[in-house]
Structures are given as structure tokens and as C-alpha cells.
Design a protein around this ligand. Structure first.
Ligand code: SAH
Length: 229
């Protein structure tokens, strides 16, 4: 998989994508992540990529032309499955969307800044708009990092134990059960007896019951989504 990220602040996105699982996936050539500085596509002598809003509102708007040039340059080299804009009014990122995105070959993620981007980019170049939550960030870089991390860990081979992504929360609309490690007793706090029993079938049953109980208590609405696509 290849992920191209277009931003005015490459430094902001590089660090989160150079550690842990994402770094390992890059080292194993499971994913290629290329960060592009939008200013490189500006024809302006000061490398400007933003201008005043026609509406007269305070705050700058990212201009069409540099974004058009950046996206077209990438599209001339390969076919993209999705061209994503990070936006607070986009579709909310969830595990299903991450699952879908992890199956694609090439995607672009465009990070907004300032007041946002000229609407004509959204109308003509973007195929998908994603929000990471109902709050406003200063720029799309952290959102792009969140989206990328959630996708990359789903690529087969990215996680050490390949099945472990399947047992994470939200797969099957269930929250993950509690987890424990050694010691079996600390400060008088005990690990549930059943986990020490060595009986795999009973442990599986316990985990499912715990997932159900946790989901009912913390996120009951997830259970309503069972059976939906
Ligand atoms: N004026 C815009 C917000 C601009 S914030 C509005 O009210 O909708 C600047 C940029 O940060 C946006 O263009 C977007 O790319 C990014 N951003 C802000 N909040 C975000 C969120 N919740 N999810 C994804 N991207 C976000």
C-alpha cells in the first residue's frame, strides 16, 4: 500500500509515523508513506499556499491551484483509490472505514489548515472526507496521522501477532475484553481465576462474555449495529 500525505507542515506528521508498528510496517515494505510539502507546488515566489476568503471572514483559505498541481502530479504517476480530505464535517473515522481503507492500494490524504481549503477542491478533486471527531484541530496533520496509524496496523503482517488486530475493540462491534499479565497476584489484586485454568474453551467463553458485558455497559449502541454492513 502507498499513502501520500499533502501538508504545509511535514514536520508535524513525520514523527508520529516513524515509530512502533507504523515504522515496522514501513521497514517491512508493507506500506510506503510519502509526505509532500504543499509549498513545493506553489508557483508564487514566496511559496504562498493561502489567501484571504472572498466572504471577508477572518482567517486564510488554502488556494485551489497548489493543491490541484500536487494532486495532479501524483495522479499522473499512478491511480488512486481514494483522495481523502481531513475535515471536521467529514464522515467520522471508525473501525469499518479503517478496515476499508486498509484494503486499498494507493490513497492520498490532504491536510487542511487555516480556515480550511477552497470548496472547489472538495467539489472536484476529493473522493472522501474524514473527521476524527466532533472538535476542531488547528490542522489536518494529526488527523492524517491518526487515520494512517489506524489503517497501517490492519495491513496483514504489520502486527507481530497477525490475529491480534481481529481481537481489538470495534471489530465485530464489540469492545475488547480486559487483559492481564504477570504477576497473577499483586498487592492482593488477583487475576480472574479462569485465566489461570489453562482451559482454552472456557477462556474464550469468558472473553466473549466480558466483551459483551463491557459493550453493554460502556457502548450499548454498538450492539444495535450488529448485522449491518
Ligand atoms: N473552519 C473549519 C475548520 C478549519 S480547522 C470548520 O469550521 O469546519 C483547519 C483544518 O484542520 C481543517 O481544514 C481540517 O483539515 C483539519 N481539521 C480540523 N478538525 C478536524 C477534525 N475533527 N478531523 C479532521 N480534520 C480536522
Amino acid at each position: 500500500m502507498r499513502i501520500d500525505i499533502i501538508t504545509v507542515l511535514p514536520e508535524l506528521i513525520e514523527s508520529p509515523l516513524n515509530h512502533s508498528i507504523v515504522k515496522r510496517a514501513k521497514d517491512k515494505n508493507l506500506v510506503e508513506i510519502i509526505v509532500h510539502n504543499l509549498r513545493d507546488y506553489s508557483t508564487d515566489k514566496h511559496k504562498r499556499v493561502d489567501d484571504y476568503a472572498f466572504s471577508g471572514d477572518a482567517g486564510m483559505v488554502m488556494m485551489v491551484e497548489p493543491i490541484f498541481r500536487a494532486i495532479n502530479d501524483l495522479k499522473s504517476q499512478r491511480t488512486y483509490d481514494e483522495i481523502i480530505y481531513t475535515s471536521p464535517d467529514g464522515k467520522m473515522l471508525n473501525q469499518q472505514r479503517s478496515n476499508y481503507l486498509s484494503t486499498l492500494k494507493n490513497i492520498i490524504i490532504l491536510c487542511g489548515h487555516y480556515k480550511g481549503i477552497d470548496q472547489r477542491v472538495r467539489d472536484n478533486l476529493i473522493t472522501m472526507e474524514i473527521s476524527i471527531g466532533d472538535y476542531v484541530l488547528s490542522g489536518g496533520e494529526l488527523a492524517a496521522a491518526v487515520i494512517t496509524d489506524s489503517i497501517v496496523r490492519l495491513i496483514p503482517g504489520a502486527l507481530g501477532d497477525e490475529t491480534s488486530a481481529l481481537t481489538d475493540s470495534f471489530q465485530d462491534n464489540l469492545l475488547a475484553p480486559p487483559v492481564y499479565t504477570r504477576p497473577a497476584e499483586f498487592n492482593g489484586w488477583k487475576v480472574p481465576e479462569i485465566l489461570l485454568s489453562g482451559n482454552d474453551a472456557l477462556i474464550e467463553k469468558w472473553k466473549f462474555e466480558q466483551s459483551m458485558e463491557r459493550t453493554k455497559r460502556l457502548r450499548p449502541e454498538l450492539l444495535d449495529e450488529w448485522g449491518e454492513d
